[in-house]
Design a protein around this ligand. Structure first.
Ligand code: B12
Ligand code: SF4
Ligand code: SF4
Length: 309
């Protein structure tokens, strides 16, 4: 075993010891094909009012702009599929938001992971990212061999489906690279396209972000949800899971073992009435550690009013 293989083994072991469900590694390089897809997505305005998606284009397509001397992009997946469901009639919350905020949970895992890499391998420079940084996380996951990009735009793993968060750690250490995931197991299925409540799924794995319920209920800040969407939300008040719930590959989802993603007390049973009666003060206490705080109390109230009409 040479030193590169040895380091790769150490890193994959550490990933698993830190609770990550999958770890794949790709060579750090310029993402020229993805750059074209991102450019086309932006030029069509499919990001709506998500201005931040226009920023740092050069960094988004080039890992060496984020970590000088970058050699490897390590992709890690963390399962969030819950073992409990919301009550039938409750305003719907996306499964990823049942527990504590994944940004905080994963960021601290990445910090520890990098520290342990330094302890076991020696000086390695790197930066961990999850969600909010200019990194094309799904593209890296596919290049690291973890799965394919489904028609619903999500990264799907053949063994476990798509209810996973993606995190990346870019390092200046050379490692053994996994083969990119070459196949696509969507086949002739079109369930996600047929079932998307707002017709946000376009051909060729392109998502019209500006029409996605997740965008309207979480990302659209300080604005009303357009009337044109009236009656389409099917009771979703925070995010939307439809294109994943209907995906046959999610039949293989197993519940998460990450305790931080266990549903926070009461969240599964909040009825419309409970929401109506909730004060801003109690919202702040109940959702202190939850992703729902991202939409703020006014945002949540706006969403509830919209689905009620
Ligand atoms: C902006 C954003 C959104 C926007 C826009 C969605 C979108 N599709 O871009 C909105 C708010 C709508 C959204 C919604 C959701 N999101 Co979001 N979102 C992001 C974010 C911050 C950036 C995504 C991005 O760069 N978009 C630009 C487009 C052009 O890129 P892309 O969709 O990723 O597509 C790339 C690749 O898939 C690839 N690709 C596309 N087609 C093809 C074809 C082939 C053959 C190949 C090889 C590659 C390929 O090319 C594109 C450019 O690289 C990422 C985090 C991150 N930093 O990456 C999370 C992220 C993509 N979101 C995530 C999640 C969980 C969701 C939701 C499920 C949340 C929910 N339940 O409500 C929904 C799902 C909606 C959907 N069907 O995509 C996860 C996805 C996990 C996974 N298994 O895929 C991510 C990775 C966050 C995370 N760290 O876990 N999201
Ligand atoms: S998350 Fe919901 S609205 Fe967005 S693309 Fe998927 S099914 Fe459509
Ligand atoms: S629902 Fe069907 S088409 Fe959509 S991502 Fe899943 S397998 Fe692919």
């Amino acid at each position: 075993m040479n030193i590169i293989e040895k380091h790769t083994g150490v890193i994959k072991n550490l990933a698993s010891n830190n609770g990550f469900d999958y770890c794949g590694i790709a060579k750090a390089q310029l993402l020229s094909e993805d750059a074209r897809r991102l450019e086309s997505w932006l030029s069509k305005g499919l990001h709506g009012t998500m201005q931040y998606m226009e920023n740092y284009f050069d960094l988004r397509i080039d890992p060496s702009r984020l970590v000088p001397g970058a050699k490897s992009v390590i992709t890690l997946l963390l399962n969030y599929f819950p073992n409990q469901q919301q009550s039938e009639s409750a305003p719907k919350i996306s499964k990823y938001a049942f527990g504590n905020d994944y940004h905080d949970v994963i960021r601290s895992k990445l910090k520890l992971f990098l520290r342990e890499i330094n302890e076991q391998i020696g000086e390695v420079h790197g930066r961990g990212f999850v969600d909010s940084a200019p990194v094309l996380e799904r593209a890296w996951a596919q290049k690291a061999g973890i799965g394919w990009i489904g028609k619903n735009g999500n990264l799907i793993n053949k063994q476990s489906g798509s209810f996973f968060f993606i995190a990346t750690l870019i390092v200046d250490l050379e490692l053994k690279y996994d083969d990119a995931f070459a196949k696509d197991y969507c086949g002739t299925c079109t369930k996600c396209i047929d079932e998307c409540p707002t017709d946000a799924i376009l051909p060729d794995k392109v998502i019209d972000g500006s029409k996605c319920i997740s965008y309207f209920t979480i990302e659209l800040k300080d604005a009303l949800i357009p009337d044109s969407q009236q009656g389409k939300f099917d009771n979703w008040m925070f995010g939307c899971d439809v294109c994943q719930d209907v995906c046959p590959w999610n039949r293989f989802s197993n519940p998460t073992t990450e305790i931080n993603f266990s549903p926070i007390p009461g969240i599964l049973n909040l009825s419309k009435n409970d929401w109506d009666e909730m004060t801003e003060e109690s919202f702040k206490i109940i959702f202190k550690k939850s992703p729902l705080k991202r939409a703020k109390f006014e945002g949540i109230k706006r969403n509830l009013n919209f689905i009620k009409q």
